[in-house]
Ligand binder design. Structure first.
Ligand code: IMP
Ligand code: MG
Length: 187
């Protein structure tokens, strides 16, 4: 690993390497390509966390997909979900009749996506499924059906490959557990 020391020194460990990510993203792209054969799904990137995953994933999908970007806020600057979900930037186009794939970085409590799925369901999409890079099943407080997930991870706060802590670490190529001393947690 060519560790970018400035960022890596704040991790307690690397959880998923860039090689493991690339392999999983390729497999996910193939699975979506098969499942949506003959269709032209709209893939929605949930900003900002999913941006890195999204740009890699869409290039592994061999279908005439269209892309949309949506920004929602569910977290303040900390490591815990507030439960408050607000649409900060909405879709540019109508999704009625479309097969929708919501692409998210991580599902934690499930609140963000449960809310978002409900909002999008009112727009008469043909189908809606969730694609997530990471899932922390142990943290779920709201029931949510996640059809496509690349990695299940333990209950730890992770950063990198798009995921942030206080807007930082998104540019880490690997996914790591943030050292609790960085956010004032227990070691
Ligand atoms: P949920 O509403 O609790 O499922 O929260 C989902 C959102 O919380 C994700 O889109 C992330 O922005 C953020 N989040 C949850 N866990 C982590 C983590 O371990 N690292 C970084 N962001 C996280
Ligand atoms: Mg996010």
């Amino acid at each position: 690993m060519d560790t970018n020391a400035t960022l890596y020194k704040d991790l307690s460990k690397v959880l998923v390497t860039r090689e493991e990510i690339a392999q999983a993203v390729r497999a996910m792209g193939q699975r979506i390509t098969q499942d949506y054969a003959g269709k032209d799904p709209v893939m929605i990137c949930i900003l900002k966390g999913a941006s890195v995953f999204f740009t890699d994933l869409i290039r592994e999908v061999d279908l005439p997909v269209t892309t949309e970007f949506m920004a929602i806020s569910s977290y303040g600057g900390g490591t815990k979900s507030t439960g408050i979900v607000k649409i900060v930037k909405d879709l540019d186009r109508d999704i009625s009749g479309r097969d929708v794939l919501i692409v998210e970085d991580i599902v934690d409590s499930g609140r963000t996506l449960a809310h978002l799925s409900q909002v999008l369901a009112t727009r008469r999409a043909q189908s809606i499924e969730i694609v997530t890079l990471l899932d922390k099943p142990a943290r779920r407080v709201v029931p949510l059906e996640v059809k496509y997930s690349c990695f299940n991870i333990p209950d730890a706060f992770v950063v990198g490959y798009g995921l942030d802590y206080d807007e930082k670490y998104r540019n880490l190529p690997d996914i790591g557990i943030l050292a609790p001393k960085i956010y004032g947690g227990e070691e």
